[in-house]
Design a binder for this molecule. Structure first.
Ligand SMILES: O=C(O)c1ccccc1N[C@@H]1O[C@H](COP(=O)(O)O)[C@@H](O)[C@H]1O
Length: 215
């Protein structure tokens, strides 16, 4: 399973989290977020990590030209679109960024969100389901109603996000079978400051889940 730890702001924490087993690090490029990092800071973190992992930039309603510049400057391998980007916007960006993974985040409010998700199936590489919040785009620590997506099975890979923690992970993965999980506030001390003990606990829990599923 892919494990993305998002909202990395400090090089030493990025390196430690990669060493603990994250398959992707996420960086917030929405200026209004307390986890915002510049493309230059991301580049210094990416070059310091020698592991073959993914580096995902999180954007909210950003201009495609700006996204392209940032991908190059920061050394990103993927782009997570966490705003109100349309399927056509995603398709255009995919054409603009060959070889870069395009993830579309959808904040699940009700059944209408899942209907809308269908429009992205052939426009993006990966979907990500996050919790809905009336005024914030992400990093809220809110969980979504897992039951509401339990019978939804997209034909493309998808991440579960939204308020995941080492403590609720087992429950989430008992109900759902995502291709990946994405955690931010559930493994931090304060916005942008990751708690490495919580990240280590997360990987312990994942190992336990794997063990119990094979025995
Ligand atoms: O983390 C942020 O500050 C953020 C800002 C704007 C858009 C997305 C953001 N984070 C994403 O939110 C989800 C869930 O986070 P959490 O685990 O509930 O704290 C995750 O995909 C982050 O990439």
């Amino acid at each position: 399973m892919r494990v993305k730890i998002c909202g990395i702001t400090r090089p030493e924490q990025g390196m430690a989290i990669a060493d603990l087993g994250a398959t992707a690090l996420g960086f917030i490029l929405a200026p209004s977020s307390p986890r915002y990092v510049t493309p230059e800071s991301i580049a210094s973190i990416v070059t310091a990590i020698s592991r073959p992992i993914h580096y995902i930039g999180v954007f909210v309603n950003e201009d495609p030209g700006e996204i392209r510049k940032t991908v190059t400057r920061a050394g990103l391998t993927g782009v997570q679109l966490h705003g109100e980007e349309s399927p056509d916007f995603c398709a255009r960006l995919r054409d603009l960024l060959p070889g870069i993974e395009i993830l579309k985040a959808l904040r699940v409010k009700d059944g209408e969100t899942l209907e809308r998700a269908r429009g992205y199936f052939d426009r993006v590489d990966t979907l990500l389901f996050d919790a809905y919040h009336p005024s914030l785009h992400g990093g809220t620590g809110k969980t979504l109603d897992w039951e509401s997506i339990a019978r939804f099975s997209p034909p493309i890979p998808w991440f579960l996000a939204g308020g995941l923690t080492p403590d609720n992970l087992t429950d989430a993965l008992t109900r759902l079978s995502p291709n990946g999980i994405d955690l931010s506030s559930g493994v931090e001390r304060s916005p942008g400051d990751k708690d490495l003990e919580k990240v280590a606990l997360l990987f312990d829990r994942l190992r336990q889940i794997r063990k119990s599923s094979v025995s």
